[in-house]
Design a protein around this ligand. Structure first.
Ligand SMILES: [Zn+2]
Length: 90
C-alpha cells in the first residue's frame, strides 16, 4: 500500500525536478517555464519583469516580444519549442 507520505518521499527524492528559483519540487500541476540553463522555474517565481524571461535559444525579450506562456510541468506540452531550441543544434 502506498501512502500519501510515501508518495511525497518519492516525489522529493534526488531525482525530483526542482524550481531553480525557490528550490521546491515541481508538481505536475505547477505552471512553469524552461530556464535557460536547463531545468524549470515556476511562472510565479519569474515575477512580472520582462528581464526574467528569454525567448528561443536564450535571447532576451525584445520590446515587442510577448512574455513566454507558462505550461503545466506535468502536461503534454512539456517539450516546448524553447526547450527544444536549447537542446538542439547550436
Ligand atoms: Zn519556484
Amino acid at each position: 500500500m502506498t501512502t500519501a507520505s510515501d508518495l511525497a518521499d518519492e516525489l522529493e527524492g534526488d531525482d525530483a525536478e526542482r524550481c531553480i528559483a525557490c528550490a521546491l519540487v515541481l508538481n505536475p500541476d505547477d505552471l512553469v517555464l524552461c530556464e535557460i540553463d536547463g531545468g524549470y522555474i515556476h511562472a510565479d517565481c519569474c515575477g512580472p519583469e520582462r528581464e526574467s524571461y528569454f525567448k528561443g535559444a536564450g535571447e532576451p525579450l525584445g520590446p515587442d516580444d510577448p512574455i513566454p506562456t507558462p505550461f503545466r510541468y506535468g502536461g503534454d506540452d512539456k517539450q516546448d519549442p524553447a526547450r527544444q531550441a536549447l537542446t538542439g543544434e547550436a
